[in-house]
Structures are given as C-alpha cells and as structure tokens.
Ligand binder design. Structure first.
Ligand code: MN
Length: 350
C-alpha cells in the first residue's frame, strides 16, 4: 500500500517539501481547483499539476476529487452532457498516469460540521458535529453552515434543499446508478479506478436523502455495476460517525472483493446521540480501534492508496480546518507504526 497526503495545490500553506519530509510519504492526492464543476479538466493542467508534484519527489496517482455536478444528482436532462464531460476528464487523467479517482454523491454539501474549531481540553481545536445544532438549522430560520457560507446564495440554497427533500433514497440511488452505468465503462477502458467516498456524516440532514452511509448502501452501490473499476474510498471517520458501522468488517468485506481503492484513516469520538468530534488518530483518543482497522487492511492484502485524514489544529498552526500539517503528519507516523507492527507480526501477510 502507498501512503499519501491531501494537498490543496499551490495555495495550500502546507508545501510539497514539508509533505515529502513526513516519513513514509510516497505521494499526494490533489485536484484541479480552478475549473468549474462539470467542465472537462484540460490535459495540460493535469500534466502541469503532475509535473509539479513529481518535481518534489512525490507521486500523483490519486485525484481527490472530481466533483459530480449537482444536475447529475438532481437527475436533470443536462446530466448526459455533464456525464460525457466527466468521462472525458477521466480519459485526460488516465493519459497523465492517474490511477484512482475519488468522488462522492452527496446532495449539496459534501461534508457537514456544526463547528470547525471545537476546543479540546489540551487546547487543540477540531471539527465537530452536534446533532441538536444541525437540527435547529432549517429552511425557516435559515441554514448557515461553517465552511459553506459563501458557496450558495440563501435563496438558491433554500430552493435546492426544498427540491431534494422531495427526493427519496430510491430515486437518488437510481440517479447514482445512471451515472455509474455510463461512467464505469469509460473508467475501466481508461484504466481508472473510481472510488466513491461515503457520506460525511452518514445521516440524512435537512430532509435530504443519503445513499452511501452504511454496509447495505455500499453493497448496493457495488452491485449497480459489478466491476472492479466501481470501487470505494473507505473513510473510517465518515462511516465511523455511525456507531452501527463496523469498520474492520467493512474493510474485510469490500477489501476481499478488491473494491477498496483508497483508504481514509482517521478517528472520531462519537456518542449514542450521533454527536461527534474528530480526534487524534490514536485508538485511545476516539471511538474507533485503528489497530483493528489496519489489521483488516493487512489481512486482506490491501495494496492500494491510503492517507491520514483530517487532523486537529495543534502547536499554534493556522490554516484550512482539518488539513493542517502537524496533526496529520503525526497521524501518518502513527499509521506507519501500526502497519509495520501488524505486518511483522504476521509473516504470511503482505
Ligand atoms: Mn474521508
């Protein structure tokens, strides 16, 4: 398996040089951020990004993410053209040597938190989700979410959420199937593995449907197009925000089928009500047993890409919430240790 780190491009305060200095780091996952969603990513821009990353001694094999245009999730007639564009983007990525594309199929918000800077007892800050705070926000008193305030005009957002609230899970699932039936053959022919990221958090909000939130959902998506190119980004922190999701068991089930192409590894502290906050990666700090998760990857012979996921803000660092350098680097080193310890304890495993 290959350890990677998310990098937000030239504007990211975490530089490629710093990332390369993290022990065991082989590459970054990144994206083209200045092309409007739905347009084809030009070959030259992808090649330029790849060359920049390679020049720092790192690989760029994984794209996170190529966003799915909202019209595809809304099932509008414009989706056919947008799916064609998505396919062309995949061909261009493949031409530049990209192997895996992460994406998600969440309506409107591709992650939701009630705060981006909850203070922990040690003075670090972290992203958190408080069910009551989210449920208080509704269309009548206005929905304003940290991290999303500038993404939509209030009226546009209200109309979009109202529309989705009429859509049931079965319908959203049909729209995902429509997308996959057209995109997976393109990905397969191009040599790209598609890796669907689960819903973050894995629950319905504001009456909108969610279809990638538990084992049953994942199995349904895999069956929509039964092809190894139709795979998963198994995000422990997203799925782990529902205590009913058994992450090691999901890794074993979908990993043994060769359907996990990208692993996000992070820990969350969750309570029975569904409130959670993100913690350091260590098992003792959160609700997930990270050693059991890594063990499941080792035992299923996982050979794909993985990365430490969000980190807290520590040591006075400022920057993009969840994506500072220090705590993610600590997470990477911790994961390296788990991986080495577990592998060496099992001489027959890869
Ligand atoms: Mn994730």
């Amino acid at each position: 398996m290959k350890m990677t780190f998310r990098w937000y491009g030239e504007s990211d305060p975490v530089t490629l040089q710093y990332i390369r200095q993290i022990p065991g780091m082989t590459g970054v996952v990144s994206a083209i951020y200045d092309i409007p969603v739905g347009e084809v990513w030009p070959l030259e821009k992808i090649a330029e990004l790849k060359a920049t990353v390679n020049a720092h001694g790192l690989d760029l094999d994984v794209i996170e993410s190529v966003p799915v245009h909202e019209d595809i999730k809304r099932g509008l007639p414009s989706r056919d053209h947008l799916i064609d564009n998505y396919g062309q983007t995949l061909r261009n990525l493949a031409a530049c040597g990209i192997k895996v594309v992460c994406y998600n199929f969440m309506p409107v918000f591709d992650w939701t938190r009630s705060t981006l800077a909850m203070e922990l007892p040690d003075g670090s800050t972290t992203l958190a989700f408080d069910v009551a705070v989210i449920e208080q926000a509704n269309l009548d008193n206005g929905i304003s979410l940290p991290g999303w305030d500038v993404s939509y005009e209030p009226e546009t957002l209200k109309a979009l959420i109202t529309e989705y609230a009429q859509v049931d899970e079965a319908t959203l699932r049909e729209r995902l199937a429509y997308f996959l039936e057209r995109i997976i053959p393109v990905a397969r022919d191009a040599g790209i593995k598609m890796a669907l990221h689960p819903d973050d958090p894995p629950r319905s909000m504001f009456g909108m449907p969610r279809v990638v939130k538990n084992r049953e959902d994942l199995a349904q998506v895999m069956a929509m197009v039964d092809d190894p190119a139709n795979g998963l980004t198994l995000c422990s922190g997203s799925l782990g925000a529902d205590l009913g999701n058994d992450i090691p068991s999901l890794v074993r089930e979908f990993g043994s089928q060769g359907r996990i192409h990208f692993a996000h590894l992070r820990n969350v502290k969750v309570n029975e009500a569904g409130d959670f906050h993100e913690t350091a990666h260590r098992s003792e700090d959160g609700s997930l047993d990270m050693a059991e998760i890594v063990k499941a990857y080792v035992e299923t012979g996982f050979g794909g890409y993985y990365r430490p996921d969000h980190g807290r803000m520590i040591w006075g660092e400022t920057g993009k919430p969840g994506y500072g350098l220090y705590d993610r680097a600590l997470g990477a080193v911790y994961l390296n240790g788990l991986w080495e310890g577990i592998r060496k304890g099992m001489p027959t495993a890869q």
